[in-house]
Design a protein around this ligand. Structure first.
Ligand code: SDX
Length: 437
């Protein structure tokens, strides 16, 4: 019997099956051979939220949750955060190799010259109410770019794909900044091509009437490191969304808007905004034990803690904590940081969290840092979406060119009615609402 196989005995029939094991998986479709008779559909797997299902083969980002390892194209995140800019890492993710000096220069020039938005897009954004959430504005405006670039629907043309990818990477900071300026009622600031990617983002966010915006270099570098850390993260919820929507051959603008929609959820990218709310609810270091007690009674979750994959410290959280110290040198420490440090200290010692392997994740310190940099909480998830755009697009492209991939269409376990007789109107009684848990 070959070693890399799984032998299954179906006790319903006594039949024995041998399935090949490849890359630590069995192919779910191989289970369909296991039947009780000719008219049996065959076995499926049931895996709500895909907690134990590989949906693709990927060479982009590798995570080892138990060891707290995160690598982009084989390079440890710690090394990339220390030595690279975000655009350098974006190149690595997309093309699979670190760029040479001339490749990087060309890449930066191209992205820099895709930061402008069509003037009609500016008008589109002016239609939002003044209390519109910047994340909703970003999602809607990214989707609207599909109307500006109809050629994007040619998803199988590599040159067209690359052009849309450059446009999206270049325009995300512009859309994000315009969403912020709209929220606070300030005039939009156009991109300044003399500045780096993050300096230009700061320029479009915070330039007022000075002739030329000058970014604080510590803040700009800290933002660049945050962008590196958030660039990709394997098959997370929003990337899964990007791949699913892209598998129907929707254009990359609509797929990216869908992914950003998933990211906005408080259990995903929206957690950094919730962390700040949680810290404000706690109010002071002295209230931390009482808050922890509430969480342990099952009344809510510790936002910024826990992860589907990391059952050890999220390696990004450590780097963010280091970068936060650099920022606080400039901005001054605030009470929220003291509360967060106390929360982390107590939680890491408490059995409830230790047993559940709950450690600070990427969102735990990023929110405090963004707030110290001067960002409003509503902008935190927008700050996550900007760098993750290259991750979504890299995963999308890997799916498009993967010969094994096709339109995503999972199956279900039927728990509803068998066939029923039609009930004419006069014979219908009051509907007992289907119980919604
Ligand atoms: C991101 O996937 C990614 O890679 C995402 C991300 C990325 O870069 O794309 O890393 C970014 O989304 C980080 C996660 C940000 N979200 C939060 O910080 C929100 C709070 N965390 C959780 O809601 C939760 O930890 C998840 C959603 C992150 C993970 O949830 P899982 O894997 O579904 O785990 P689970 O809910 O099954 O939890 C297992 C147990 C449960 O307790 P029991 O029912 O067994 O008693 O742990 C508990 C949970 O109640 N638990 C928590 C908790 N997270 C899980 N209890 C208190 N506080 C928490 N934060």
């Amino acid at each position: 019997m070959p070693l890399d196989t799984l032998t299954i005995t179906d006790n319903r029939t006594g039949q024995i099956y041998t399935l090949p094991i490849e890359n630590g998986t069995i192919r779910a479709i191989d289970l369909r051979k296991i039947k009780t008779g000719h008219d049996d559909f065959g076995l499926m797997t049931y895996d709500p939220a895909f907690t134990n299902t590989a949906s693709c083969r990927s060479a982009i980002t590798y995570i080892d949750g138990d060891k707290g390892i995160l690598r982009y194209r084989g390079y440890p995140i710690e090394v990339l955060a220390e030595h690279c800019t975000y655009l350098e890492v974006a190149y690595l993710l997309l093309f699979g190799e670190l760029p040479t000096q001339s490749e990087l220069k060309t890449w930066v020039f191209e992205i820099t010259h895709h930061t402008m938005l069509h003037e009609t897009t500016k008008k589109f954004m002016e239609g939002f109410r003044d209390f519109a959430h910047p994340m909703a504005m970003l999602v809607s405006t990214v989707a609207a770019l599909s109307t500006v670039y109809p050629d994007a629907k040619n998803v199988h043309d590599p040159d067209t794909r690359l052009l849309q990818i450059k446009r999206l990477i270049g325009k995300m900071p512009s859309i994000a900044a315009m969403s912020y300026r709209h929220m606070v009622g300030f005039p939009y600031v156009y991109p300044d091509n003399d500045l780096t990617y993050t300096e230009n983002f700061m320029n479009m966010l915070w330039k007022m009437v000075e002739p030329k915006y000058v970014a604080n270099p510590v803040i700009a570098r800290a933002l660049d490191i945050l962008f590196v850390l958030h660039a990709d993260h394997e098959q997370n919820c929003s990337t899964n969304t990007m791949r699913a929507v892209g598998s129907a051959q929707a254009d990359p603008y609509l797929a990216t808007a869908s992914a950003a929609s998933a990211l906005s959820g408080p259990l995903h990218g929206g957690a950094n905004e919730e962390v700040l709310r949680m810290l404000d609810e706690i109010g002071s270091k002295n209230n931390v034990p009482a808050y922890i007690k509430k969480i342990k009674e099952g009344k809510g979750k510790l936002m910024g803690f826990g992860h589907r994959v990391y059952k050890n410290y999220d390696p990004r959280a450590k780097i963010i904590k280091w970068a936060a110290d650099q920022v606080f040198e400039v901005t001054g420490r605030n009470a929220r940081l003291e509360i967060a440090l106390e929360l982390e200290r107590i939680a890491l010692e408490d059995d409830y969290f230790v047993q559940r392997k709950l450690y600070p994740n990427v969102d735990f310190y990023s929110g405090i840092m963004y707030q110290a940099m001067g960002f409003k909480p509503e902008m935190f998830t927008v700050l996550f979406a900007i760098p993750r755009t290259v991750g979504w697009l890299t995963q999308w492209q890997e799916m498009i060119v993967d010969p094994e991939q096709k339109i995503a269409r999972p199956r279900q376990i039927w728990i509803g009615h068998d066939t029923r007789e039609f009930v004419p109107m006069e014979k219908r009684g009051k509907t007992e609402a289907v119980l919604q848990k």
